[in-house]
Design a binder for this molecule. Sequence first.
Ligand code: C5P
Length: 286
Amino acid sequence: MTTVQEKAYAKINLGLNVLGERKDGYHEVAMVMQSIGLADDITIQEGEGITITTNLEGLSCGPDNLAHKAATSLASFAGITPNVHIHLDKHIFMSAGLAGGSTDAAAVLRGLNKFWGLDLSTKDLLRIAAELGSDIPFCIEGGTALATGRGEVITPLPDLPEAIVILAKPKGLEVSTPWVYNNYKEERVLCIPKIYRMCEHIKDGAHAIWPFFGNVLETVTIPRYPVIASMKAAMVSAGAYYAMMSGSGPTAFAFADSEEIAKKAVEALADFDVETAVTTTVGRGK
Ligand code: C5P
């Protein structure tokens, strides 16, 4: 095969609850994850060893890049001497809580499975993905899913009916996921999201899951970066709803019932020094 192209969709968390600390240093979580249309484009071609290029200045293309690690892991799992050049055309905001690095790694696993004609099952890819990072298995599956364990145990859910999503991330602000988890304190959480109730109502659409939503990691990231709360308020004042932080942040998202409301929300965000995008939710298999 000469060229393989894969879309690497970003994710948002429709709900995120932390259930406790684990012996392995991670936290037990229950999350509802959702793919969105904001995506990186991954191109795989023949090369020597594993080489990576990207359009994004400052992004390491060496062995520390998750996409590089994914290629190395798959080659070793399949007993292959790697021979690939991978180009990452980045559009997803960096260190944003949108799984940008994780989704590129997942797309590399899916793409190399085709490029090398391995015919590995999704189950095999999920196992390799879980060793590389907690969010990568979801990015293999995509769509709408419940993620439990440390985030790597994926239960697919019916697709959330398509909804318009507005995203906003303070420019240049990067939040470290380990820092957020290390500073999480259960007693600071006032409202626990009802993750399992949310799962039951996913098929009824974004308005139906609204009563069950929440992200407990907001209690760590927002006090440190209050601009996230201000961005949420700006989107809601423009008519958007379900405004919440994604993952460990700092991206905030909200849903809009029309393109017009989304446009107004982006205008309301103009007072902040932010990157914005308007996209939609994406179903499984897209
Ligand atoms: O799995 P991943 O490499 O993405 O996790 C990065 C870090 O985030 C972990 O080393 C850990 O500090 C924290 N984490 C956690 N509990 C999770 C997921 C991540 O404590 N469920």
